[in-house]
Design a protein around this ligand. Structure first.
Ligand code: NAX
Length: 336
């Protein structure tokens, strides 16, 4: 058995956390030999629901759960924390302006960033999930100046997975073959650029299937009129069907993003991840933007020098402009 690691999850009584916590504690993220000190953070109003989640955790009798804190104390939750999942956020309510939501959640992530700065392990891996995820990551990072950029990411893996699945289905339907003929894990080098919003751009320019380039085989009209909007609108479509936003698929994406961040990306492949821009691809440095990244020894690197078509560049700049607007709006807030 290894030394225990500290894992914190905010929004722990929410629907995504309910699909995530049990998978982590069962060993799916760090293996069956890795004991876990788990910290579950919630607002005071959700403590009763959180206790219910904890009762269920007890009932699983997980051998890897070596220690558990649950409550509303950020300092206890983030003390020497190694892996952080910032999921908790205020949802948008009927009649609420997007700017109002941005302002409420900005304050949440600003205060969490400050406490992480003081208490987290200096090499912690922090994934921001609560929306608007990229701007919340920007705020969290800004409030934690003593932690390196490399500690922070925002969740873009759900969008990446959605894009893979749509393409796998498309290939299977065009070839009129069983889905097994094109598994998502045979597709490599998918990119979703930009913001986790409807301005994001799913890009198949570099896509390979069984290591053979296939990007050029898709019809541009289909890409522009069907594929790109389908990925952008998938979240809204799920809300319409289910009456709730994506939860199991979001938890699955969070687990995959952290898993790859810890264990590394596969040969000849990359993943889409919201990371701080270094100015690559004409994206303003300092903003959290989804790039293709490779990961080695726990460190991510933006894939350099991919050729960009004018079409791609235009899409990417549109998403950048949206992120700049969000950033400008939160920087106008008093506390920023
Ligand atoms: P839920 O409303 O089910 O759960 C959110 C939980 O967060 C609630 O229990 C609430 O009490 C708690 N919370 C609120 N403020 C908190 C704070 N300051 N500290 C700790 N906990 C706090 O939402 P859920 O469906 O779990 O979604 C959570 C967030 O993920 C939302 O902001 C949602 O928009 C966002 N998503 C982001 C995705 C991404 O790809 N980046 C995809 C999935 C999801 O839509």
């Amino acid at each position: 058995m290894h030394q225990p690691v500290n894992i914190a999850i905010t929004g722990a009584a929410g629907q995504i956390a309910y699909s995530l916590i049990f998978r982590i504690v069962s060993g799916e993220l760090l293996g069956k030999e890795q004991p876990i000190h788990l910290r579950l953070l919630e607002i005071p109003a959700a403590q009763a629901a959180l206790e219910g989640v904890v009762m269920e955790l007890d009932d699983c009798a997980y051998p890897l759960l070596a220690q558990l804190y649950y409550g509303d104390d950020m300092r206890r939750a983030f003390d020497q924390v190694d892996y952080v999942f910032l999921i908790g956020a205020t949802p948008r309510k009927a009649g609420m302006e997007r700017s109002e939501l941005l302002s409420i959640n900005a304050q949440v992530f600003h205060s969490q960033g400050k406490i992480l700065n003081q208490y987290a392990h200096p090499q912690a891996k922090i994934i921001v999930v609560g929306n608007p995820a990229n701007t919340n990551a920007y705020i969290t990072r800004r409030a934690a100046p003593d932690l390196p950029d490399s500690c922070f990411s925002s969740l873009m893996r759900l969008d990446h997975n959605r894009a893979l699945s749509i393409i796998a289905n498309k290939i299977s339907s065009v070839q009129n073959k069983a889905k097994a003929e094109c598994q998502t894990n045979q597709l490599k080098q998918m990119v979703v650029w930009g913001n986790h919003s409807s301005s994001q751009y799913a890009d198949i320019s570099y896509l390979t299937c069984k290591d053979i380039p296939i990007g050029a085989s898709f019809d541009l009209d289909w890409l522009d009129q069907s594929f790109v909007p389908a990925v952008q609108q998938r979240g809204a479509q799920i809300i319409q069907q289910r009456g709730h936003s994506s939860a199991a698929s979001a938890a699955n994406a969070i687990l995959s993003q952290m898993y790859d961040w810890k264990h590394g990306t596969k040969a000849n492949d990359w993943v889409s991840m919201g990371v701080i821009s270094d100015g690559s691809y004409d994206i303003e440095a300092g903003l959290f933007y989804s790039f293709p990244v490779t990961i080695e020894k726990g460190q991510y690197h933006i894939v350099p020098d991919l050729p960009l078509s004018t079409r791609s560049h235009n899409h990417m700049q549109a998403s950048l402009r949206e992120l700049q607007k969000e950033r400008d709006a939160v920087l106008k807030l008093k506390w920023a």
